[in-house]
Design a protein around this ligand. Structure first.
Ligand code: F0G
Length: 458
């Protein structure tokens, strides 16, 4: 009863003023943007939840680390500092910087993947899948079925279904599988974590078949927080111990530092195999830059090193993930359907049940995103039929099982008062939800249409 209320383990030293437009002004702006939220000027957005990637607030330690940046072309001190941090924290001997996460995928997959290969995983992220399919290989999703059950509060919905993985290996054969990707947390599945038990089981199977296990590690420390708070036997372990154990099961990793290294740009690859590292070196030099900077400046590498240490502190993670949960709870209290349990970085609103009158081919999640912008100046992102795009062969629209509006929360940027505004905005729409109509696409690009499509209101 008399428990001390909880608050963030930081105070604010610098602020960035936000502009607020009137609802009428926002109606004009979104019409001008042809109902695509990506086409808005960020200045016209009040609370920007389009992504948690690269939108984080750095700490005073990170900002001061920038001043120590060594911009030497080869072998810079900042590279050595980042490498040493990764070696100590994550345990990988070989470290290669890249300018962001998809660049790490590009370099690593160039070295490891060829046409007709099969890459099993737990709901590969779009860019991961893109880099696999671009090489005429196939990503096979082996996530547990719970991931598609919106109401199931399974604590580890990002887990791999071991039977699906075994079946995939049996069907395609080991020689077709150059590696497996395990995404922690699983973004495509709703920011849902993978348990240590599952990581262990996946690793055992991969080892049995000599399949290297690669972690897509963008949100690895958020995953470690869920292990600590939800899995038996980990309550008394520190986040750093849990992280060390998680990565002990991996042969390599790709990282988008724009998430759990709490920076605005950067990425890297971590490897145990010198052979694969050597092969990656060629592609790093071709695509990214010399192997000790790979598209990053020395100062960015300093900020990543400092950020990795901060993101693996319990108090930071508790504040971060509690805020995501706070938003989820506030929205749920209104009776608005969301994916449960709340993920590590985002809340996903179920637009199909929100707007049952809007058929999937009229993009209910896009319509909800537009409505939330108009109502409260909040920008989310559609994870539904627009994003799912057309089948490359038949050109038919793919209709995913879930039609979601993702509200991704940048790290250390907004307060819970902002979260209240987001929930309030949804509440206004919910109260008059039967009045809304769907959208029709006016223009779409042949691939990745969601970024540039234009719409009209039906
Ligand atoms: N892997 C995961 C799990 C991601 O979520 C992302 C990016 C990437 C890889 C690619 O990293 O952007 O640095 O090239 N996700 C962002 C998002 C874009 O909004 O979820 P990147």
């Amino acid at each position: 009863m008399n428990k001390q209320p909880y608050a963030e383990p930081w105070r604010i030293k610098m602020v960035e003023p936000l502009k607020t437009l009137s609802k009428e002004q926002r109606e004009i702006k979104i019409k001008e943007a042809e109902y695509n939220l990506f086409s808005l000027d960020a200045e016209d957005v009040y609370i920007d939840l389009i992504t948690d990637s690269g939108t984080n607030a750095m700490s005073d330690r990170q900002w001061s680390a920038l001043m120590l940046g060594d911009e030497s072309y080869a072998g810079s001190r900042s590279y050595l500092r980042m490498k040493q941090t990764i070696q100590e924290l994550l345990g990988f001997e070989y470290v290669m910087p890249t300018h962001q996460g998809r660049a790490a995928e590009n370099v690593l997959f160039s070295a490891m993947l060829k046409a007709k290969d099969i890459v099993p995983g737990n709901a590969h992220f779009d860019t991961t899948k893109g880099h696999i399919e671009f090489r005429h290989a196939t990503a096979v999703d082996c996530t547990v079925d719970e991931v598609n059950k919106m109401d199931s509060d399974h604590p580890f919905k990002g887990n791999v279904d071991i039977d699906k993985l075994k079946a995939c290996i049996a069907e395609h054969g080991v020689e077709k599988i150059p590696f497996m990707v395990l995404t922690v947390t699983c973004n495509t599945g709703g920011g849902q974590p993978v348990s240590m038990n599952n990581i262990q089981a996946v690793s055992e199977i991969c080892k049995q078949h000599d399949i290297p296990l690669i972690f897509d590690s963008a949100r690895f420390s958020e995953n470690a927080y869920f292990i600590k708070t939800r899995e038996d036997g980990y309550q008394d372990k520190s986040i750093k111990e849990i992280v060390k154990e998680m990565f002990s099961y991996a042969d390599g990793m790709t990282m988008s530092a724009k998430k759990d290294a709490i920076v605005n740009i950067g990425g890297f690859i971590g490897l145990r195999s010198e052979k694969i590292y050597r092969e990656c070196c060629t592609f790093s030099i071709m695509f990214e830059g010399y192997i000790t900077y790979g598209g990053m400046s020395g100062r960015d590498m300093e900020a990543v090193a400092a950020g990795l240490i901060e993101s693996t502190e319990y108090d930071y993670l508790h504040a971060r993930i509690s805020q995501v949960k706070y938003l989820g709870d506030e929205i749920s209290k209104l009776g608005i359907p969301i994916v449960k349990p709340a993920g590590g970085h985002a809340i996903y609103v179920d637009a199909k049940s929100f707007f049952p009158q809007i058929p999937q081919n009229q993009y209910p999640a896009q319509a909800l995103g537009v409505a939330l912008y108009i109502e409260a100046g909040v920008r989310g992102v559609e994870i539904g039929t627009v994003l799912a795009d057309r089948d490359p062969e038949t050109r038919q629209e793919r209709t995913p099982k879930m039609e979601l509006l993702r509200l991704a929360i940048p790290r250390r940027v907004y307060t819970n008062n902002h979260m209240d505004v987001v929930a309030w905005g949804l509440q206004q729409i919910w109260a008059k939800r039967e009045q809304y109509r769907g959208l029709k696409i006016k223009f779409e690009a042949p691939i990745m249409r969601h970024f540039t499509a234009t719409f009209e209101v039906l």
